[in-house]
Design a protein around this ligand. Structure first.
Ligand SMILES: NC(=O)c1ccc[n+]([C@@H]2O[C@H](COP(=O)([O-])OP(=O)(O)OC[C@H]3O[C@@H](n4cnc5c(N)ncnc54)[C@H](O)[C@@H]3O)[C@@H](O)[C@H]2O)c1
Length: 344
């Protein structure tokens, strides 16, 4: 397969992870990194033997790249994505695709006009357990889909890291919302959500936890419990340094003829030592032989394969937009204390 030269815009947590994963693939090579924080760009560029830039426009002018990973903050995907698409680059845009439908539409249109691929980083589609639930639903094993329940709660350290720039519904719940819509591709009729305020609210003025109910046109329901108010001790260990923490995560799907149950709390390794209990991430981006592996690697392999072979990715811009629409309805429901009806 032809090697794809790619660039990363946004060298923070996710951009760094994805750049290192992509660069380690035999058929991709990270040649440039842009971040408004020049120091961050340089650190990542050094790791990938790439060139660092502060300004992504400057980078896109100077570098010949076939693909760009956009990993800037949630509300800042539009301009970098448009600039890259206009240069004819294939795009991997982190989730959520954007934070407004207008931005999402502009990104989708820019890629369509340029004839380039657009994949959104809904990583759970590449996590084997979630993908196996999809297979069982599609194969008819549980009969007609009736309801799903998802839980995704993370430690408060994640809320503190993002310092109030985004809510847990837009940042975290979008993962499971994408799964609900993937498992049950039926029009969403209504969304209602309530949020509770605790320690995170006091520190950062974003709510701590929320409950979201999605009602589909056929009467099926999906409910998500989401938040980032778990204590830091949930994933606060120092050793081994290569062990990353995760959260309290489940997915339960009920049909007329069966049930599917996925429990990633713990993922499959539990330990107890002088620091206490540890439930490390063994599946999303565990460290193997000094390199990140897991679902994050699988999603990028898929992206670069689609780029090289001209295939449509498993997660399209339209998928990212649909999840965003439900996220925005949930945010509106929380803010207005009302049920939000879609497509009427
Ligand atoms: N798939 C996942 O599981 C997952 C996990 C974490 C974050 N994310 C997503 O990844 C994206 C990035 O999140 P993060 O946690 O890495 O954020 P981050 O704050 O760690 O990194 C964002 C980086 O973008 C840089 N930046 C901001 N504006 C820029 C601009 N205009 N041009 C260039 N650089 C700019 C910042 O300086 C920062 O280094 C978000 O959409 C987030 O929701 C996904």
């Amino acid at each position: 397969m032809e090697q794809v030269r790619f660039a990363v815009i946004g060298a923070g947590f996710m951009g760094s992870l994805l750049a290192r994963i992509g660069h380690a693939l035999p058929y991709a090579c990270c040649v440039a990194v842009a971040d408004v924080d020049g120091g961050r760009a340089q650190v990542l560029a050094r790791q990938c033997e790439a060139t660092a830039y502060r300004d992504y426009r400057d980078m896109l002018k100077r570098e010949q790249v076939g693909a760009v990973i956009v990993a800037t903050p949630e509300f800042d995907h539009r301009e970098p994505a448009l600039a890259a698409a206009q240069q004819g680059c294939h795009l991997f845009v982190e989730k959520p695709l954007a934070t407004t439908l207008d931005d999402a539409d502009a990104i989708i249109k820019a890629c369509s006009d340029a004839g380039t691929q657009l994949m959104v980083g809904h990583i759970l589609r590449f996590e084997s357990g979630y993908a196996m639930l999809k297979q069982a639903i599609e194969s008819g094993n549980i009969g007609r889909f009736l309801s799903a329940y998802a839980r995704r709660n993370t430690p408060i350290s994640e809320a503190r890291r993002l310092a109030g720039r985004v809510s847990p519904v837009t940042y975290i719940a979008v993962h499971d919302i994408d799964q609900f819509l993937w498992y049950h591709p039926v029009t969403v009729k209504a969304v209602s959500a309530k949020a509770v305020r605790g320690q995170v609210w006091e520190e950062l003025k974003t709510y701590d936890f929320a409950w979201i109910t999605i009602e589909f046109e056929d009467g099926a329901l999906a409910v998500e419990e989401v938040g980032w108010g778990l204590p830091e001790t949930w994933a606060g260990w120092a050793s081994p340094a290569s062990w990353g923490g995760f959260g309290d995560v489940q997915m339960n799907v009920i049909g007329t003829q069966g049930v599917l149950n996925l429990n990633l709390t713990p993922m499959n390794v539990m330990a107890c030592d002088r620091e206490g209990w540890k439930l490390p991430d063994t599946r999303h981006w565990p460290n193997l032989n000094g390199k990140p592996a897991g679902a994050a690697r699988l999603e990028l392999e898929h992206f670069f394969e689609c780029v090289a072979q001209g295939d449509t990715p498993v997660v399209t811009g339209a998928d990212g937009r649909r999840s965003l629409e439900v996220v925005l309805a949930a945010e509106q429901s929380i803010a207005g204390d009302c049920t939000v009806y879609l497509h009427h």
